[in-house]
Write a protein that binds this ligand. Sequence first.
Ligand code: URA
Length: 210
Amino acid sequence: MRTHVVDHPLVAHKLTTLRDERTDSPTFRRLADELVTLLAYEATRDVRTELVDITTPVAATTGVRLSHPKPLVVPIIRAGLGMLDGMVRLLPTAEVGFLGMVRDEETLQAATYASRMPEDLSGRQVYVLDPMLATGGTLVAAIRDLIERGADDVTAICLLAAPEGVELMERELAGAPVTVVTAALDERLNELGYIVPGLGDAGDRLYGTA
Ligand code: URA
């Protein structure tokens, strides 16, 4: 597993406004959308392409296009939905699947409660969207599910990550073809499981629920 913290002044600027408690939901949604597009640019650096012959108005040449099978984008319900538009803006030909994850209060293990995506992901590159990599339990379970279906390259795009979540993913997904792309690696989790300094509850801030 590999972690890539995107170091770019525009990313830092937008993230700072997202973190600010005075930022209202409409502004939060717009900034999260813009930030995802910037992260998506980095996250798709290794998207698979194939050669294609074309003719410009001037000459024949060879270029590249995204190869088949198409990449799959998978937002994790609910907060990951707020990242979908920003992602498909850069990958409009990607297919989109959905995963709903819930934590079993007895075992504390995350499990899939809803899944809408192709059963067979053999040879697919998958981009998972989840804004907050906190304990890491949800992302580990989601990525295991995708790898079991055959995905051979998974990139998780997160607005923020906590060291505890990155460590869990490194432990549980050691050797797996997984990359985490995030705008910042924060200090820690607090006793309530929030990322510190973080930005609060991403779902609530996106959708305006308290
Ligand atoms: N989920 C959130 O929305 N925020 C956190 O800080 C941690 C998990």
